[in-house]
Each structure stands twice: as structure tokens, then as C-alpha cells.
Design a protein around this ligand. Structure first.
Ligand SMILES: Cc1cc2nc3c(=O)[nH]c(=O)nc-3n(C[C@H](O)[C@H](O)[C@H](O)COP(=O)(O)OP(=O)(O)OC[C@H]3O[C@@H](n4cnc5c(N)ncnc54)[C@H](O)[C@@H]3O)c2cc1C
Length: 389
């Protein structure tokens, strides 16, 4: 395919998706303006765990895209851009009951069928590889070649390396559209024009696309501990409880309360701290943590890694994922517009998928073959898209 480079582009949003799109365009010499309602990484990207992982995926388009996402992190780490930001590690999915072990064996088969490298560890092997785990661990599956990255640090690096200044506190109100093309945008401060427009506004995309019933907020609560270098060093990777596989969606709640699921993931950070998550709740409240969620996450964590009982909790925080009703993100050209694109709706996978999706969108905008198959993520599958124009 022949490349057709736009000379200028507007990017709406400076989470990981917008920052990565800005970086890949700037690297090609495109004049980029990034418009941000608040500040870089102010929304989901700044409140994420950061697993760059396929461990919980099932075979299908999300698995294929996530494998490309991990490859891109490795590539960018190899080039030096993410060298100090991407921590390569395995994920250990741990079964604490026979029922979980059964689910986990089937899941390991599915991962293998997608070309993911996994090892099944018996009870004894699990205890040997992962001595800090509780004796309740029946077995584990080690998922190799995974990693971890902190979203706001990735955003900072992409913006700095791309030489990009973000126009903060400048929300976009609408796209300016004429004769099947986006001419630019109207922000709270005025009108800006460019040859291409990329919408990477996370939950803010719902309003700009008229998709309020298609995009849904899904809150998550996370915890960070103090440094515990010895315990941290004794963990050869992240732990995911087998129950996580059963609880990726939110679950039914008592009357009047939003639905909530808890799936335990414990990530040993390079700082010696632990990042422990998290919940999935059908609400857009990103400002609060509650005692019930924090105490349940901690109880689950200590049940799996008893040594954590001696480690102090430093802080808790919450963020809101942008979920799409059919479980697949929106990545592609906006229907009816030649030069406008969207990349959003990654739910709990945007740290892994954000950079590779942004790279694919930039390739699409340049009339090149995208690095990932975008057909399953085509925004045109939702007839209701109505660009706020
Ligand atoms: C608790 C939690 C845990 C997570 N864990 C993981 C994980 O382990 N692994 C993983 O891969 N992913 C994880 N995620 C998901 C990941 O954080 C998101 O999918 C990803 O950050 C989405 O990035 P984004 O750039 O698309 O959107 P966002 O980060 O939401 O950024 C969108 C930006 O657009 C701006 N904006 C909105 N409206 C407008 C407007 N009108 N004009 C201008 N700007 C606008 C916002 O202010 C924001 O800065 C987690 C998320 C949460 C909340």
C-alpha cells in the first residue's frame, strides 16, 4: 500500500492512546496538536494497574491484538524508548481449589492454542517456584513473556520523546465536518483545523460520538503498599488468582448498589512495592474508595501471599475503564468521514493495547497496512455513531 502522510493532525485526549498516536505521528514529521480536557494521563491511564498481558484472554481478536501489543512494548524497550519503563515478567495464575484448577487447565489449553508459552506447575512445583504463596495454592499456570508498565510514565515518555506540548484544560466540544471530511474541531477556546483528526478521549468519546448507550464506565479500585524488598524479590512474577478468570465482568449486586466483581492481581513493582487490584464496578465514580472493596482485596491478597499481612498499605485509588457493550474496542475510521479516526473502549486492556492500536490508526491515516487486523474493531459496527458536529 502507498503511504499518504497528512501534514497536520489533531488528537483529542492525552491518555496512553492519544499520547501514542501523537508520538507515532510526530516520529513521521507530522505537525501534531494534542487537545486535553484536563491533563495528560488524568483519566484511566493514570489510575491503571499496568499489566501488559494476555494471561486472562481467550483466543480471538483481543488475544491477537494483545500479543501484538506485548511485541510492540518489547520492540520499543529494545529501541530504548521504554527500556527503563517496561518490566518483562511472567504472570502466574494460581488455583486455590479443585474447581479453579479445572478452569485453569482449560484456560491453559486455550492460551497454548493461541501460541502463548505456558507452563503448568503442580502443587510442589508451585511452592518451589513461588515460596511466598500460601499452601492453599493447588497448582499454577505460568504465562511467559508478559510485562508491566506504569501508564502515566509511558505517557510522559511518549510526549517527551515526540516533543509534544499538550494543550491542557481545553476540552473539544465537537468535530467540524464538511463534505465527508473532518476539517478540525471546536474547543472551549476556539476553532482548530488539521488534515486528520484522531479521537482518543476515553469515556469522553461517548459524547463526541453520540454513543452513550454503547460505551459504559467500569470503575476499578487499586491499592499500593509500602516497599517490602525481600518479599518483592521472592516473587518471580505477578500473581493472578484463578478466580479472576471467573470474575472479569462485574457481578450482580444488592438492590440499589452498582454491580461489583473482585479479581485479585498482585504485581511486584520495580520500586519494591506491590500494586494490588482490583474491582470491576458498573459506575463512573472515580473519586472514592470504599472500606468494603479495600478490605476484601486485602483479605484475598493476604490469603494468597500471607507475608503481605506484615506490609503496610500506603494508598488506595480508583479509576474508570471505558467498556464497549460488545466487549471489543473501537479502533478505526469514523463512518462517513475520510480523515477522522477513533481509538477507545479498551476496558481493562488499554495499557497493553493503547500503543499498538494508536500505531495501527496512524498507519491507517497514512494509507498503510495497519499492524493489527482492525476489522473486528471497526466502529462502523455501531449504526448509531453520530459525530457531535
Ligand atoms: C483500575 C484500572 C486498572 C486497569 N488495569 C489495566 C491493566 O492492568 N492493563 C491494561 O492494559 N489496562 C488496564 N486498565 C485500562 C487502561 O487504563 C485503559 O484502557 C487505558 O488507560 C485507556 O487509555 P485511553 O488513552 O484510551 O483513555 P484515557 O486514559 O481515559 O484518556 C482519555 C483522555 O481524554 C481526555 N478527554 C476526554 N474528553 C475529552 C474532550 N472532549 N476533549 C479533550 N480531551 C478529552 C481525558 O481527560 C483523558 O485524559 C486499567 C484501568 C483501570 C481504571
Amino acid at each position: 500500500m502507498k503511504s499518504r502522510l497528512p501534514t497536520s493532525a489533531i488528537i483529542i485526549g492525552s491518555g496512553i492512546s492519544g499520547a501514542a498516536a501523537a508520538y507515532f505521528l510526530a516520529r513521521r514529521g507530522v505537525d501534531v496538536q494534542v487537545l486535553e480536557a484536563s491533563a495528560p494521563a488524568a483519566a484511566a491511564t493514570g489510575a491503571a494497574d499496568g499489566a501488559v498481558s494476555v494471561a486472562s484472554k481467550r483466543p480471538g481478536p483481543m488475544m491477537e491484538a494483545a500479543l501484538c501489543g506485548i511485541r510492540l512494548y518489547r520492540e520499543l524497550a529494545g529501541e530504548g524508548l521504554f527500556a527503563d519503563l517496561f518490566k518483562a515478567r511472567s504472570t502466574f495464575i494460581v488455583a486455590s481449589s479443585e474447581q479453579e484448577a479445572e478452569v485453569l487447565h482449560a484456560h491453559a489449553d486455550a492460551l497454548t492454542s493461541s501460541g502463548v508459552c505456558v507452563d503448568r506447575l503442580s502443587r510442589a512445583e508451585t511452592a518451589r517456584r513461588f515460596p511466598v504463596l500460601s499452601r492453599s495454592a493447588e497448582m499454577a499456570v505460568e504465562v511467559h513473556d508478559e510485562g508491566h508498565a506504569i501508564g502515566y510514565r509511558i505517557v510522559h515518555r511518549l510526549l517527551t520523546a515526540g516533543g509534544i506540548n499538550v494543550r491542557r484544560d481545553e476540552p473539544v466540544r465537537r468535530l467540524l465536518v464538511s463534505a465527508g471530511r473532518a476539517e478540525g474541531v471546536e474547543t472551549v477556546k476556539g476553532i482548530l483545523k488539521a488534515e486528520a483528526v484522531i479521537l482518543a478521549a476515553g469515556s469522553g468519546s461517548a459524547h463526541l460520538l453520540g454513543l452513550r448507550d454503547t460505551l459504559a464506565p467500569r470503575k476499578g479500585q487499586l491499592l499500593v503498599t509500602e516497599r517490602a524488598p525481600h518479599l518483592n524479590a521472592a516473587m518471580p512474577g505477578a500473581i493472578m488468582s484463578g478466580r479472576y478468570l471467573l470474575s472479569k465482568g462485574s457481578q450482580k449486586a444488592a438492590a440499589g448498589k452498582p454491580a461489583r466483581g473482585i479479581g485479585l492481581v498482585i504485581d511486584p513493582l520495580t520500586t519494591g512495592q506491590f500494586l494490588i487490584g482490583g474491582t470491576r464496578e458498573d459506575t463512573d465514580d472515580h473519586r472514592s474508595n470504599d472500606f468494603d472493596a479495600v478490605s476484601r482485596i486485602l483479605a484475598d491478597a493476604v490469603a494468597l501471599v500471607p507475608g503481605l499481612a506484615e506490609v503496610r498499605l500506603l494508598r488506595s485509588f480508583a479509576g474508570v475503564r471505558t467498556a464497549v457493550v460488545d466487549g471489543l474496542p473501537l479502533i478505526g475510521r469514523l463512518p462517513g468521514l475520510d480523515n477522522a479516526y477513533v481509538t477507545t473502549g479498551f476496558e481493562g486492556d488499554g495499557i497493553c493495547l493503547g500503543p499498538v492500536a494508536a500505531k495501527a490508526i496512524v498507519e491507517l491515516a497514512c494509507d498503510e497496512e495497519p499492524s493489527i487486523d482492525l476489522a473486528p474493531f471497526d466502529p462502523a459496527r455501531f449504526a448509531g455513531i453520530e459525530v457531535a458536529a
